[in-house]
Design a protein around this ligand. Sequence first.
Ligand code: ZN
Length: 258
Amino acid sequence: MNKKGAHVLKIALTFDVERDLPNVLDTHFGIDAGLSRILEMLENFDIKGTFFCTGNVVERFPERIKSIEQKGHEIACHGLNHERLSQLSFDECKEIISQSKEVVEHICKKSKIIGFRAPYLSPPKFLFKVLNKLGFKYDSSIKSRKNLKYYQINGYQIQEFHPSDYNVFLRFPLSYTFLRKWIFKKKLIVLYFHPWEAINVKNLLRNHKNRTDFLKNIVFRPDRWLNTGDSFLRRISKLIKEAISKKAEFVTLNQLIV
Ligand SMILES: [Zn+2]
């Protein structure tokens, strides 16, 4: 609470560290070039974020993932190979999440891994049971309070931090005005972004071979390329500056565990 008795807005900046546009590009330019730009930006503002990493990116780029940990950010899990967990059985999910946690813990030895986000924000109904068994403390996969009722959440000591629906508005023309109105009314907002957004995806897409795929998956999906690269970093910096001027507090999700 601040002096006037109003709640201070808490903002959690979260990043899903995975291959570029899973199932569309599947390259790793975001990890190669985008991640360091994001880390530099956060460092300039002296802000810590939460990084949900897929196990295979951690195995492939251990030094890059360690650099996230070394800068004091939170490391959390995001599956092994960016699987759509809602299509898998309980045992399959448990195996994937357990393996991804082991891989992350092996590389990030100083971190306590307690957070999970389902790839594609597509959690299975029994996710909380799996997370509870594997020692997680929170999830950040279920978009809204309304959706929560479809999940079996009772009896498990797992907190849910709903990821926001409107992150992509940051990259759309004119929608920043809407995003900021919406964000600055909240008490807690969990924004999620990706390392590939910090590189110019348009340049990568020019080399895309399959014309049908190109039209279906890319041209008609501007959320996948619009205002990526420098423009994305400018926009997110603008949002952070405004939040700082409004005395918002930036938090990692593990700081919110009660
Ligand atoms: Zn993801």
